[in-house]
Every structure is written in structure tokens, then in C-alpha cells.
Design a protein around this ligand. Sequence first.
Ligand SMILES: [Mn+2]
Length: 346
Amino acid sequence: MRRIALLDAPSNLGLSPPTGSSVPGCAKAPGALRDHGLLTRLDAREAGCLSAPRYDPAGWRPGDGVCHADLIADYSVRLANRIGALVAAGDFPVVVGGDCSILIGAALAMHRHAQATGGRVGLVFVDGHSDFRHPGNAAYVGAAAGEDLAIVTGRGQAELAAIEDRRPYFRDVDVVVLGIRAQDDYRLDLQAAGIPFRAVPALRAEGAARTAQWARGQLEDCTGYWVHLDVDVLDPAVMPAVDAPDPGGIAYPELELLLAGLVATRRCLGVEVTVFDPDYDPDGTYAAEIVAALVAGLAPVSVDDDDEPELPVLPQPPTAVEPATRPMPAQRPGRRRSHPHPAKPA
Ligand SMILES: [Mn+2]
């Protein structure tokens, strides 16, 4: 039986400031979720909290690259160390962010794990946005939480995309994207890269449970996979407490089915939960509902049965380095998390 280990990763370094003189509140998410009993209700082992560096985008300008890049890179290495130790101990890490830039640390841990075990490790990316902005498809980059999927598949500055000379952490063919909106800015880029995805309309048409099975099937060449869950995959009608709410998301029961289907195998190595912002949840209503959904969705982790046999470990072919960039189209209008705005009015 696997035991969940709960680790806090309260970094908000990857988001734009919500107003000109405030900082993103997602760093408060672990505290808010724990206050609704997350640790005990998951029957989880306490894995602590990896404190994050100070948020200070002052002086960042377009063209400077990813904001806070040096801090995010350093944090990612430390987060990878923590996640790697949990996986090595046989635990199932549930890492609570923080913003989506914490994926970089998880990805680094998964690449190290793949190398150590001689297999390939994939990624199921459950998110309302593709987070696929990179220097090849945008005039400039800035907020890592809108760029994390691009970075972990090897696109962008080496400081973040090639830590320890590893690039990419996940190969494009070892990634599945679920829950992006039908009109995601970068859906055609995903398609061109050969990254399979199911946007919300297709996910709903097929059903969440079957979509989870489909995603697992897409990764059958991988010995394991990590699950990224940005809670903005939920529709803002039921959960608006995120920095970039976008209509057209899924409902709680769908999230629970999706998560349960994804974690109900030993091939699933762990889960991260990102972007919940308690500043938009003053009475704790959404925190309570998110905890309930996580408890239901993660229940299969602790079940002994495994419907899949262990896959044989295959020799790993050398991984190709992604080509750097391609010509840039015009910049699209930014979302709130697009870039830091040093002087955005409140
Ligand atoms: Mn995201």
C-alpha cells in the first residue's frame, strides 16, 4: 500500500502581481487546505514545507526573460530533492503549491528518477491553460506559471529548461494535456509538437473516467508518470479563486473521477496541486470543496489493488534536444498571468 506524503511548495514566483502593489496569494494555499483537514483526511505522512524566496519582480522588463528565473531555478532543485526523497522512500508525494512553476521541480525529480531506474517518466498535465508560452511562439516571456509546460518540455532559457544539463525533462510524446479550454492560445502549438490533448468539450463528451484511461494509454511506453493539477481546470462558476479564471471548465465530480482514474495505478508517481488563491476565498468555502475533491480523487492511492502489472523496464533511447525557436507570430493580448506588470493599477 502506498502512503501519501503531503509536501507544501508555497512559491508564487511564477505569477504576475495581482495589482500594482500586492503579491499573488497562491502561496497561502497549503495553509488554507491544511486548515480544512487535508493532512488527516488524506491519512498522509507529514513531509513539511519548502519555504520559497521573496517575491519581488521590481525592475523586470519585457525582454528580460522569465521573471525570478534564478530564484525559480534554485527552488526547483531543492523541490526536486524533496520529491525525489519521497519517491525513493516509496511514498506518494502530494505537493501543494504555489503556482504552476513548481512543475519545474517535479519535472526535474521525475527526470532524475527516470535516469536512475532506466525507464521513461511522463506527465499528465491537467490545467485550464496549456501554459505553453515560450520564446518560439511569443514576443517575450515573463511569468513562469504561463510557461511551465513549455519549460519542462525543453523550450526556453537553459537556466530553467536545462537544469543539470537535462533537457527536456519530459519528451513531447510522454506528455498528455487535459482540461484546457477549447480556444486555448497555444492549442495549435501543442498539436504541432505532437503533444496529445483533450480540451474540455472532448473531455466531457468522452467522460472524465474514460479520459483518465485514455491519458494512461497515451503513456503506456512510460514506466511512470507525474500528475500536474492546476485547479483552474475547474469552471469559475464553481471555483473562481484563481489568478486567471476562464469559463468553460469542468465540475468537481469530473475532477474527482479524472484524478481517481489517474492515480489508481502504481505507475502514477505523485501529484501536484497548483494556483488555488485563498485571497479570493475569504470564508474558506472553496478551500473546503477543494479538500473534499482531493480526498475523493486521491482515495485510490491507498488501495492495495493495482489493475496494472508492473511494466518491464525498457532501455532508454537517447533523448533529442528540442530545436530552439521558430519565427514569432504577433504577440497576443495578455492574460493576467501573462507577464509581471511593474506598475499595474489596482
Ligand atoms: Mn497552469
